[in-house]
Design a protein around this ligand. Structure first.
Ligand SMILES: [Zn+2]
Length: 418
């Protein structure tokens, strides 16, 4: 890390003053960023101070810098400075994630360029990740799970095709084609069984599993099938939005406890905290609250990694996300009108029209890009090229567990034993 400096020989010609300074930037990226930012702003701040003009500025200049750094503008500027200091893709202060990606332990396979299949919304995307089947097969086409899902007399989970009214004209730009397809299927077949999920494969093979869920209840809803006994083992936390951060902490404690006390083969944790911060404040690298939610997740991940490291067992830690997202402020007029006016299916179940951060457009890279990180002795270190598809996630998990995935269209990616 580097110090910053300022050297302006003719700072104030009238008063015959020069300005020289060194700013201590040692102690991490955050300090380096603060040092650089303060060195850039100090000359202007000093000259604009009434106290400077009166010749008495020593204390005020420090106060003024502090006020700026704690303001909303200051936090955004600091993020940008940090990004410059990092020279990295991720602006968040997420040392554990970064250490994984840099492969310091030599046991991380990853791709930051995975795509959704094809709808960048939570329920369709999780349906693909959990079943290993494409959207055209599982037929979850919106977040409106209450009207899409039902159960038959045997307790099987059924999918009702969506009755979305998107016009085919927009099919190239959004996921209307998937809805039109679902509509056609609805005429031919009113409801079809939802395909088996990860938990179904596990219970079929006698594996024990537990799902810990924080916030949005879509994942347990998609896995809810009365025939599947593992559902009874799920621990679900229905958090209020403002309690999500606290709930993540509690769930991580439970998670560590389960790893240490129980003989479980699969532990799954879903958290909505980062997506929620993205919706409330914007999914963008210059939005401090969004980056802070990633940093909080990173701290939770660190505790999990430490607990796993103590076990000396062949665990595979698989981290992924269902979709990306953008900030409404960064969207073009055309993109916004497509999002709000033309593609109302995006808002089925839960409207995003009033959100600062949004996702759902199939052709937007910021919306449809996901990541996968696999860490463990069985991960083949380095970037997975080409990026794995969403349908590959489940076969990869099953492969690690030594279970067959022949019935699935995807394949295991990123493991030594692929
Ligand atoms: Zn979302």
């Amino acid at each position: 890390m580097e110090d910053a400096h300022v050297a302006i020989p003719d700072f104030d010609v009238e008063k015959g003053l020069s300005l020289f300074g060194v700013f201590d930037g040692h102690g991490g990226v955050a300090r380096e960023a603060v040092a650089k930012l303060v060195s850039e702003r100090l000359p202007r701040t000093l000259k604009n101070l009434e106290e400077y003009k009166a010749g008495n500025f020593k204390e005020r200049v420090g106060d003024r810098q502090d006020e700026f750094l704690w303001s909303a503008d200051g936090r955004v500027a600091l993020r940008k400075a940090k990004r410059k200091a990092n020279g990295a893709l991720l602006a968040a202060e997420a040392p554990r994630l970064r250490a994984l990606l840099r492969n310091k332990a030599g046991r991380c396979a990853f791709s930051l360029h995975c795509k959704t299949d094809p709808i960048p919304l939570s329920a369709p995307s999780w349906a693909t990740l959990l079943t290993g089947q494409r959207a055209a097969v599982h037929r979850i086409t919106s977040n409106d799970l209450d009207s899409l899902l039902s159960t038959d007399s045997q307790g099987r989970l059924l999918v009702q095709p969506s009755d979305c009214l998107c016009t085919p004209v927009r099919s190239a730009s959004c996921f209307a084609s998937a809805f039109s397809q679902a509509k056609r299927q609805k005429l031919a077949n009113p409801a079809s069984p939802f395909p088996p999920t990860l938990f179904h494969f596990l219970s079929q093979n006698g594996c024990s599993a537990k799902l810990l869920n924080v916030g949005w209840p879509g994942v347990p809803q998609l896995c809810a099938d009365a025939r599947r006994p593992e559902f009874a083992k799920m621990h679900i936390v229905n958090s209020q939005a403002e309690e999500l951060d606290k709930a993540v902490e509690e769930m991580l404690k439970l998670f560590v406890h389960f790893v240490q006390q129980l003989c479980l083969q699969v532990l799954a944790l879903y958290t909505h905290s980062v997506d929620l911060a993205g919706h409330v404040h914007g999914f963008s690298l210059d939005v401090p609250e969004y980056l802070e939610s990633i940093e909080h997740f990173d701290a939770c991940l660190g505790r999990l990694l430490d607990a796993l490291a103590d076990r000396h067992e062949d665990w595979l830690l698989a981290i992924t996300t269902d979709h990306g997202g953008g900030a409404a402020k960064d969207m073009s007029k055309d993109q916004w009108s497509l999002f709000v006016e033309d593609c109302k299916c995006i808002h089925k179940g839960l409207s995003q029209a009033g959100s600062q951060g949004v996702h759902g457009l199939q052709d937007s890279d910021t919306h449809n890009t996901r990541f996968v990180i696999l860490s463990g002795l069985n991960a083949r270190p380095g970037e997975i090229c080409p990026p794995p598809e969403a349908i590959d996630f489940l076969p990869t998990l099953l492969r690690h567990l030594g279970l067959a995935s022949d019935s699935l269209p995807g394949r295991s990616r990123g493991l030594r034993r692929d």
